[in-house]
Design a protein around this ligand. Structure first.
Ligand code: SF4
Ligand code: SF4
Ligand code: FES
Length: 538
């Protein structure tokens, strides 16, 4: 553990860190372009120059490892002159695009110019080297060659992370440019990450271009729910509308990256098909009802059916897109309050679901492991048992929470199984299953809900409510809590309370709380690692 001095402050850090990382421990920013912690060191931009005692010349911080007794200065007059000179050099041929550039607000050229440059340009505008603009690289990414500072982050990402090497640096000197290798397109499943690593506005997202200025957007930490990997993300949103997902660093799950499908998943979560009110099937179509009436009606139906036909005339199916908190309350409602044995989890993904050996999992649900840990997928009744009982007419009420049964079982089977039962669906969107519903209760999607998911490897991670659900929809845990109260259950004030209670049910997670899960979640000991590419199905 070397001890060194940076800007007159002592710090002890792990061996092997570079000076940018060591300075970060003291909240000292060493400006940098080409250095990215998830990529190899390139050392080409020279923006990170620092002064080191006993060294005759300035050194690049990104490629200088800490050593015992080092004395480093990041703001000395020599360093400041060098930083301004590097910026002036990098900006010589940069176009004056800032007012219309999508990177504004996140651009390291703009930010560093204000912090470390602020010089008067000595270069005539008309002498700037012109290059190609709006170059279509692939389905996700657009390139502006003039804005590029040739830091090689994008090429290193494609060489080192995806190993697809679509982009290269061509030509020499100030004519140098980034481009596709002949015959290639930037269309690997992780291509959007090059936009994140580009420190300037050279690589922009086709999806996000010209949609919103980033300083108007709020950012909420969350988890991608499109597959069982549970990549950590930030949701960028404004007034209940999402504009983009970007990966959030988690060394245990996704490092700095996410896949393109997951990146665009926010669109699916805010489609026109959202259910906005509690609905009851009338003569012809659904009719909207008040929440109180809807909850009372569900409670009365359950009580009545139990009295007339016994507890096992009531059954429940919960999908693996439900949070742990929702699954816990759904399970308590049916097993403790109602007393039925017919409750099953559903985690069905198509056989041809995309997957690879990096991040993308074939299980397209965020919480299959969570349902397994609660015994909803690998013990007790299965969905096949529930549907078989329903087909025999033994099930009078079926509660379906956050699951679409149609892709998993097909309409024919469901027509036979559900014709005798009253079907009550709790979901975010209209689906094939809501066609069978007698009642529909609208719940929030992951960005509209607090909760946790357990990823494929048994890591429990938080989702945070970025904004409330649309219309009259409510977070699922709130709906289930209100229903539980009708049967003498707890009136939970937050999903954090539910989590603390459910965590204490198992020795492996006893004492776990939302604050302990923090930003990166907790690996739950005692949950076995899923074999790669296994789909769970009950
Ligand atoms: S396009 Fe962006 S990431 Fe790639 S070399 Fe240029 S500035 Fe760097
Ligand atoms: S790998 Fe899975 S969890 Fe990660 S971003 Fe892609 S779909 Fe989302
Ligand atoms: S960040 Fe060190 S040389 Fe570019």
């Amino acid at each position: 553990m070397p001890k060194l001095v940076i800007d007159d402050r002592e710090v002890t850090v792990e061996d092997g860190l570079n000076l940018i990382q060591a300075a970060e421990r003291l909240d000292i920013e060493v400006p940098h372009y080409c250095y990215h912690p998830g990529l190899s060191i390139s050392g080409n931009c020279r923006m990170c120059l620092v002064e080191i005692e006993k060294m005759p010349r300035l050194q690049i911080a990104c490629n200088t490892r800490v050593t015992e007794g080092m004395v480093v200065k990041t703001t000395s007059p020599k360093v400041k002159v060098a930083q301004a000179a590097v910026l002036e050099f990098l900006l010589i041929n940069h176009p004056i695009d800032c007012p219309i550039c999508d990177q504004a607000g996140e651009c390291k050229l703009q930010d560093y110019y204000m912090d470390y440059g602020a010089y008067h340009s000595r270069f005539p505008l008309e002498a700037k080297v012109e290059k190609r603009k709006v170059v279509d690289l692939g389905p996700q990414v657009v390139l502006d060659q003039e804005r590029c500072i040739l830091c090689a982050r994008c090429t290193r990402f494609l060489d080192e992370v995806t190993k697809t090497s679509e982009l290269g640096i061509f030509a020499r000197g100030d004519r140098c440019y980034i481009d596709l290798f002949p015959g290639k397109k930037l269309e690997n499943p992780y291509s959007g990450n090059v936009v994140d690593v580009c420190p300037v506005g050279a690589l922009t997202s086709k999806d996000f271009r010209f949609k919103a200025r980033v300083w108007y957007l709020e950012k909420t930490e969350s988890i991608c729910t499109l597959c069982a990997n549970g990549c950590n993300i930030d949701i960028y949103h404004r007034r209940g509308q999402m504009y983009r997902f970007r990966p959030r660093y988690n060394p245990e799950v996704n490092q700095y990256w996410m896949c393109d499908e997951g990146r665009l998943w926010y669109k699916e979560l805010q489609k026109e098909s959202r259910i906005l009110r509690p609905l009851v099937r009338g003569e012809q179509d659904f009719a909207a009802v008040l929440w109180d009436d809807a909850v009372n009606q569900v409670a009365q139906t359950l009580t009545q059916v139990k009295e007339e036909h016994g507890a096992n005339a009531i059954a429940g199916i919960i999908g693996a897109k439900a949070t742990n908190e929702e699954a816990y309350l759904f399970s308590r409602l049916l097993t403790e309050h109602v007393g039925t044995e017919l409750i099953a989890g559903l985690s069905w993904s198509p056989a041809e679901a995309s997957h690879d050996n990096f991040l993308i999992k074939a299980d397209k649900h965020p919480n299959t492991r969570g349902l397994q840990a609660m015994g909803l997928l690998n013990g007790g009744a299965s969905t096949a048992d529930v549907l078989a009982a329903a087909a025999k007419g033994a099930v009078k009420v079926l509660l379906v929470f956050a699951a679409d049964l149609v892709p998993a079982f097909g309409s024919e089977k469901l027509d036979a199984a559900l014709s005798h039962a009253k079907v009550i669906v709790f979901d975010t969107d209209y689906s094939g299953t809501t066609e069978y519903a007698d009642m529909v209760l609208p719940i929030g999607t992951a960005p509209e809900t607090d909760g946790t998911f357990t990823n494929y490897a048994g890591r429990v991670q938080r989702i945070r409510q970025a904004f409330p659900p649309p219309g009259e929809a409510k977070p699922g845990w709130e709906v289930l809590s209100q229903l539980g109260i009708k049967f003498g259950g707890t009136d939970y004030l937050s999903s954090a309370e539910i989590f603390a209670e459910l965590a204490n049910k198992s020795p492996a997670s006893a004492g776990l709380t939302y604050s302990k899960l923090a930003s990166h979640g907790v690996q739950l000991l005692g949950v076995e690692q899923s074999p790669e590419r296994t789909m769970a199905q009950s």
